[in-house]
Design a protein around this ligand. Structure first.
Ligand code: ADP
Ligand code: MG
Length: 262
C-alpha cells in the first residue's frame, strides 16, 4: 500500500471574462478513488479541468485547491504537474518537433527522476495500451487519430505515475475498443499505483470499465447531486432534465452558422 494523498477542492469559483462559470465547487478525491463528474454540455466541466490545471484565461474568484499541503492555485501549470497532477485534455495539443520520449524525458529530469529505463518503460506501456510503436518517434499528436492521441496520453500517464489524473471527456471521439483499453488502463492505475481520478464525462459508457466510487452531477457550474455508481446509471436513463440541466445536443451542428431553425 503506497502513501495516501488527497486533492481537495473547496468553494472553487471561476470566471471567464465577466461571466461566472464555476459557482462554488466542493470535492475531495483520495488516492485510489475514482470520482466521476457528469453534466450536460456547457455546464463547466472543461472549465473545471482547466482551472485545476492552471490553464491561462480563467480568473479564480474564490475558494482553494490543495494537493496534500500544496496550494495549487498559487502555482503555474508546470509546478502543478510537478506536484503530481496530470490532465488528459479533451483536445490534446499537437507539439511539433517533440516526441513522446523527449516529453517524458524532460518531465523526468525536472522532477529529478532517473530516466535510465525510460525508453523501455515507454515501449512496455505502448504495447500494453496498443499504441503503435511506429508513432513513438513522431511529433506528439501531430496527425494522430483521435484514438492514437488518447492512447498516447495514457502512455504518458502510465509512465509518469502522477498522484491524480483529471480526464476531460476521454470518451469523446473514441471508438469502443480504444475506450475500453484506455479506461481499463486507468482503472488498473487506480489499483496498482493508487492513482486518484477525476473523470469528467457527458456519458456513462466511460464508467463501465472505469468504476467510479462517487458520481457528481455538475449543472451550470454547481454540483447539484452526488451519489454512488447507481447515479451514473440513473442519468443514463433520465438525462439531466430533472436537475434542471438543458440538453443542447439536439441542435444540428452548424445550425446557428447556417441560419437553420433549431
Ligand atoms: P463543458 O465542458 O461542460 O461543456 P465548458 O467548461 O467548456 O463546459 O463551458 C462552460 C461555459 O463557459 C459555457 O457556457 C461556455 O460557453 C463558457 N466558456 C468556456 N470557455 C470560454 C471562453 N474561453 N470564453 C467564453 N466563454 C467560455
Ligand atoms: Mg468540455
Amino acid at each position: 500500500m503506497s502513501e495516501q494523498h488527497f486533492l481537495r477542492i473547496t468553494g472553487l469559483k471561476a470566471n471567464v471574462g465577466s461571466k461566472e462559470i464555476l459557482r462554488g465547487i466542493n470535492l475531495e478525491v483520495r488516492s485510489g478513488e475514482v470520482h466521476a463528474i457528469m453534466g450536460p454540455n456547457g455546464s463547466g466541466k472543461s472549465t473545471l479541468s482547466h482551472v485545476l490545471m492552471g490553464k491561462p484565461g480563467y480568473q479564480v474568484t474564490g475558494g482553494s485547491v490543495y494537493l496534500d499541503e500544496i496550494d495549487l492555485l498559487g502555482l503555474p501549470a508546470w509546478k502543478r504537474a510537478q506536484a503530481g497532477l496530470f490532465l488528459v485534455s479533451q483536445y490534446p495539443i499537437e507539439v511539433p518537433g517533440v516526441s513522446l520520449d523527449d516529453a517524458l524525458r524532460a518531465a523526468f529530469e525536472t522532477t529529478g527522476r532517473s530516466a535510465e529505463n525510460l525508453h523501455q518503460e515507454i515501449l512496455g506501456e505502448a504495447r500494453r495500451l496498443g499504441f503503435p510503436l511506429s508513432l513513438l518517434g513522431r511529433s506528439l499528436n501531430v496527425d494522430f487519430s483521435g484514438g492514437e492521441k488518447k492512447r498516447n496520453e495514457m502512455v504518458q500517464l502510465a509512465v509518469l505515475k502522477p498522484k491524480f489524473a483529471i480526464l476531460d471527456e476521454i470518451d469523446s471521439g473514441l471508438d469502443i475498443d480504444a475506450l475500453r483499453d484506455v479506461s481499463r488502463r486507468v482503472e488498473q492505475a487506480t489499483n496498482e499505483d493508487q492513482l486518484g481520478v477525476l473523470a469528467i464525462t457527458h456519458y456513462s459508457r466511460l464508467l463501465k470499465e472505469l468504476r467510479p466510487d462517487r458520481v457528481h452531477v455538475l449543472i451550470k457550474g454547481e454540483i447539484v447531486a452526488s451519489g454512488g455508481p447507481e447515479l451514473a446509471e440513473q442519468l443514463e436513463k433520465t438525462g439531466y432534465a430533472e436537475y434542471g440541466g438543458v440538453e443542447d445536443e439536439t441542435e444540428p451542428v452548424g445550425a446557428s452558422i447556417f441560419g437553420l431553425p433549431s
